[in-house]
Design a protein. Sequence first.
Length: 188
Amino acid sequence: MDPQWLNLIILAVLAAITFYYALATKRIARAAAEQAQELRQQRISASQPIVWPMIAGWKIHRLEVDFENIGNGPALDIDIFVGRGDDPIYEDNNHVRHSYMVAREKRKHNFLMPQNPTQDSYGQPSPDKDTLANIAGKYTLLVKWRDLYKSGPFFQAKLPFSLEIDSDGKLYAKEGVVVIDRVPEKRI
């Protein structure tokens, strides 16, 4: 066999082996990048803050609410709203702001509950002697916060509850189910 042909065959085999190793290296690099991304997501998920609201009680027109960061990371820029209905208007309700809560931290707040204005038969505001009836109704407790990895409010906990009058004429809070969501990022 001619040595030039032998050199060409050896060169072709070496080129094929090099091409195969280049593709294998590319696949390994892609898999390593995906694994690194998964590990990063696990690290972020393991350090997520979760601010959990709880109704603690009721005292003379004030609702007592406890908040606890049950997650593993700090919660930042915490906004707490209480308002009437399922989707309260943030400007027209009670609002509290905290800059941060570390993991496992608990806080308590008292919210003065807004009264429903009553009207007389002419549509004029009238002073109502039974103010508990004006406070009774459906409310929503909304907590928004962010974590260390994002900017802006990216999480929220929503607790629907109602204030009802029992047979003794006392007001009590009846809690719904807490729903925790990720708030969609707002693009500017």
